[in-house]
Design a protein around this ligand. Sequence first.
Ligand code: FAD
Length: 484
Amino acid sequence: MTTDQSPILVWFRNDLRLADNPALSAAAEDGAPVIPVYVREKDAHDPWLPGAASRWWLHGSLERLGKALAKLGSPLVLRSGDPAAVLAALAEETGADTLLCNRRAGPTAIARDRRVVERLSVRGVTVHPHNAALLFEPGTIRTKSDTPFRVFTPFWKALLSMPEPPRPTRAPAKLTPPAKPVSSESLKDWALLPSAPDWAGGLRERWEPGEAAARERLADFLDGPVAAYPVERDRPDHDGTSAMSPHLAFGEIGPRQIWHATRHAADQRHELAAGAGAFLRELGWREFNHHLLREEPSIPDTPLDARFTRFPWRTDKAGLRAWQRGRTGYPIVDAGMRQLWQTGWMHNRVRMIVGSFLIKDLLIPWREGEAWFWDTLVDADIANNAGNWQWVAGCGADAAPFFRVFNPILQGEKFDPEGAYVRRYVPELERLPNRWIHKPWEAPDEALRQAGVTLGKDYPRPIVDHGTARDRALAAFNEIKKAG
Ligand code: FAD
């Protein structure tokens, strides 16, 4: 099909899917030629460009999206640089008069998007942003006095009282290609995949990026495991959660698709209802964090509770490194950090435990943890990461109080009762009896000997004593409380 219409640029970002993609649907419905484009942004001063694990995922996601778009008729164009300059040049080159995209989160991204609108408007190109990433637009769920919610439960009730989120749309059946092919950089040349060393073996084993894999994973989860979600979601030793987070972070699936698919599954099979409700509530936390970030764009850097700007944090390079490498001597903490290193993902319960350990046992600033997670998580999401780190630190919205310090031994015994999770990621403790698996330093010499463990050699002794560290943390908190 040919047309005289000016082409439409569809700028893909964290919405790497064809279905329920409002920007792409609008472009397809228009009938004009569509030029899908992804811009690899470069800005040495932006700490929120994709981290190493995200870059690995991005490669796989763009590869699959590129194939799917080519099948529809319009191949994906890859370009690098400052989006305002790149998109303005592309509009000039192709004669495009419209740019469609879906909004994204984060202060640096929003500032860059504003510059895109300014630069393109000057050239007579109209920019239309849509909502693909959230159930509802930020700003549409507010308290009765028209302020943003700072507490989750009333936010969630308000969300549930809204009309159902819009139904997801199908992928377009075809796209009109531009009259002349548009040149593209090569994905391979972007070198998003690690090499020398290639540390991504564990990621490849665990994950398959892309829209099709996202849909399949959701279908598998809703086929049964969702029923047990309320109990299983706290067990890192079981696969009881959906693992949708990286797919959501890259927009390979949208929350409205998950919402309606989950509701539908629960309508069909009533035994799924409680699990489906609990699962959607977690999606509500994602929504809460994203709405909060739009209202409070500084949360990735600045504690919401201003008292915490005076918190007497410690500088402890050795402690930070031991935490990052999973060598703290606390098995549940080390298992979590190694799961993250090996697979690019960590179970939510364990994220809370390792977060509490970094902040409260080591008194290392939460922003160090946030930065490490940003680089190593395949589901790194600026709103969820910042919101949750502030939650663990006790300085965020509806946060756990600072004085609630997770005990890594009791948490391990409660949520990994047989030590299966620890044994999986800390194999040097594999033969230690259950009784000592979460506290090897208390094991009698004979038990250690039989398990083949020499503490300080095969596995570290605890780098801090939890009881002493807890007292130190509470004393530090009292200092900022007193100062008011
Ligand atoms: P499920 O339990 O199946 O939940 C379904 C979806 O609900 C998730 O995919 C996610 O989108 C959302 N969700 C679940 N728990 C939370 C939560 N606590 N807060 C917000 N949304 C939630 N999640 C990220 O997506 N990206 C991050 O960068 C991130 N950083 C975190 C940092 C810390 C310190 C902590 C404690 C949590 C963080 N989380 C983050 C939240 C949570 O751990 C993950 O979303 C969850 O483990 C993903 O696994 P899942 O998809 O199997 O979750």
